[in-house]
Design a protein around this ligand. Sequence first.
Ligand code: NAD
Length: 259
Amino acid sequence: MNFSLEGRTYVVMGVANKRSIAWGIARSLHEAGARLIFTYANDRFEQPVKDLAETLEGQNALFYECDVTNDQEVSNTFAKIKQDVGTIHGLAHCIAFANKEDLQGEFVDTSRDGFLLAHNISSYSLVVTAKAAAPLMTEGGGIVTLTYLGGERVVKNYNVMGVAKASLDASMKYLANDLGKHGVRVNAISAGPIRTLSAKGIGDFNSVLKKIEEEAPLRRTITQEEVGDSAYYLLSDLSRGVTGEIIHVDAGYNILGLS
Ligand code: NAD
């Protein structure tokens, strides 16, 4: 069987800089031969994303601004993509946000606005983009989102983002059920902690990384490339029988109990 992605087109949402998990996914898909479409939140990210994409040899990427809090912008973006390329074969949703003050201290102090903001950008955005993107997957396709252990268990300082990830995980499963009949699979990767722009907002992130290095079965943290390769698996025919699944790419940390 040929698992090359040549002749296939994938939308990658959420590249902010070279540390972004979305960038690791973009590189893996590029290496497998895919054509890439990048979306970015606002014009601040346009040039950095274009500069990064330039480094992908032979890649003829397309770029669209898409703020996922704006329904009209999401639907316009995918209408433009349909006009420009027709069919797409998959989408990587690598988007999350919460106020910094809600990523420290106690979850009980989360404000209503902070709660809604985190859920709007980090969870509902998967629903609205899946609805807009799935009709373009006329040959079948895959959607992958990025989640974290803090949605399954209580993780210090992760607070409202953990609750938003629980909502994202459930949304992923409901979407998998709705879209499966159209040949669209929806899965999540639960990545171990990686130092990115978003991770900077989480209180005491360095000690989280240290704990993983000391305790995870593989005794190390993971890389964007490792997440990228798992996303390639989930977005290619290698995983054609898999949907509604959360794959932990976390050096095994999630299996641990008390020690
Ligand atoms: P990142 O900061 O590089 O990426 C987050 C992206 O979300 C940015 O590109 C940002 O522009 C985008 N974004 C925020 N608000 C947006 C909006 N309104 N519209 C469109 N885009 C918007 O950080 P990352 O760590 O690569 O995060 C990617 C995903 O991976 C997130 O869902 C994050 O929760 C998840 N994740 C990260 C880690 C980690 O340790 N870094 C671990 C597990 C899961």
